[in-house]
Design a protein around this ligand. Structure first.
Ligand code: MN
Length: 290
């Protein structure tokens, strides 16, 4: 199943949809009936993602009679409304390690080390947007780069998760853009600006996505190919990232993990259109604005 969140003129609050080719079945009412009314204090994480395992069969049953809207008529939001945290992997492809060491535009001072040394970092959840919300260049005098990454959302939480159990904790898969200001400040600052974590276009459930590797991923800016790689070349595979993350932080439903970008990162400017694609998920266009 491909699950999305969207806005459309006249439909009110953000909607939940099941993507069926060029159309979206609006299953918002089924979700509203199934989820508890929000009362303070909320449980950690995202209540829809937490319930998705049980809810998926009901959504698939509901999609047949649900109202349909055209994909082109809606604005896609982040498939995860309330991520408790966004965990990200630095320098997790060998060729991106090489280019980061060689290119002074990427590495503006610090020694570049592989993921075994850096481990993981966190991005602000306020940076999360959907593909149709676009990216805002907020520091125009600085270099703002694209990074395409396989992204996942945790469905079943836990801590000290073994690598062999890790994929059982995943609720779904998305394309992620880890937008980045180049420079010497901490990653959590340079990568956490508003709109700097793009998730989309929708969430693909594990039964449909299959194993996270091998999967081709690519990114163009306009007609120019920039990144083209395969998740089989991840230094730390997805299972290890989840396991290591869960040894540091308890993972909750709705937590997002970005698995690292391959070689070919480069700058974007207002007016650019980013096209990102991952095998088994789909493709998304993300406009860059001032
Ligand atoms: Mn990244």
């Amino acid at each position: 199943m491909k699950l999305c969140r969207f806005e459309a003129p006249g439909l009110g609050d953000p909607r939940v949809g099941v993507v069926l080719g060029a159309e979206i079945a609006d299953v918002t009412e089924t979700v509203a009936e199934a989820l508890p009314a929000a009362r303070w204090p909320l449980p950690p994480g995202d209540m829809l993602i937490a319930a998705l395992g049980d809810l998926a069969p009901r959504l698939e049953a509901a999609e047949k009679g649900a109202p349909r809207v055209k994909r082109t008529a809606v604005r896609l939001l982040s498939p995860v409304a309330n991520p408790g945290k966004v965990v990200a992997a630095p320098v997790n492809y060998a060729k991106h390690l090489d280019e980061s060491r060689a290119d002074k535009g990427i590495n503006q001072g610090d020694e570049v080390r592989p993921i075994d040394k850096y481990r993981l970092f966190l991005k602000a959840t306020s940076s999360v947007v959907g593909c149709d919300e676009g990216v805002e260049v907020r520091m125009p005098d600085r270099r703002t780069d694209h990074e395409v990454e396989l992204a996942l959302v945790i469905g079943r939480g836990g801590r000290d998760i073994a690598e062999g159990d890790a994929l059982g904790h995943v609720a779904g898969w998305m394309i992620g853009l880890d937008m980045t200001i180049r420079g010497t400040e901490d990653r959590s600052y340079r990568k956490s600006l508003d709109t700097f974590t793009v998730l989309g276009p929708w969430l693909v459930t594990p039964d449909e996505f299959g194993p996270p590797a091998p999967k081709a991923l690519s990114l163009n800016v306009g007609d120019e190919p920039r990144q083209a790689a395969n998740t089989r070349d991840l230094i730390w595979p997805v299972e290890k990232i989840i396991s290591v993350a869960s040894h540091a932080y308890t993972l909750h439903p709705g937590d997002v993990i970005l698995t690292g970008t391959p070689e070919g990162v480069g700058p974007v400017a207002p007016g650019d259109a980013i096209h990102a694609e991952i095998e088994g998920i789909g493709a998304m266009r993300v406009d860059v604005r001032a």
